[in-house]
Design a protein. Sequence first.
Length: 229
Amino acid sequence: MLYLIPTVLAPETAESVLSPQIKEVIKTTDYFFVENLRTARRFISELKLGKVIDNLTFFEVDKDTSIEQVRKYFKQIPQNQAIGVISEAGCPGVADPGAIAVKVAHQLGIKVVPLVGPSSILLALMASGFSGQSFVFHGYLPIDKIERAKKIKALENESKKQQTQIFMETPFRNDSFLQDILTTCQPETLLCIACNITAPDELIQTKTIAQWKTQKPELHKKPTMFLIG
């Protein structure tokens, strides 16, 4: 079986956000597809399951990993062994390169088992007050300021059709990104900012663009989801 193993969104929150099933699966798994080797090793170590990290086998799968390479990884795993997929944060396979391992698993006839865990996309949507019947996750928007402004305006227009628009930015660019949103959108447009989800300093608030302009939060280097509704 290929287990999709969620990880924490914020440090030191495993006990409060991860189900006991995740620990039980990791206890019996020695082979892992991971987005980031260092992050995955630290995550398993912090669970204190008695696993000897150096005895485990990790295959790094990032945005540049090909299907052919993933197939080679699968061939190195003995038959009837449990395999885990671990993202750098949150649920693997969702806005995550681990999806390619899942795709190959299906092609090889391997059963795929998703485990319950925190997803920043869904948690932000749940808490936004926006439509959960129709929504789109766009990932990262263009870096070029002109193209970014066009995209933000397009998303704002789509949100008027009762479709929630969800997107994000690299954390160290959050503040300038927020300023672009505030500059581009209409004053009455609703924006939800979901920052450091599940962390002690979690911020999830929905306000109009006009309101955010008068009380802009500090988002620098803090994982954040932005939603327009």
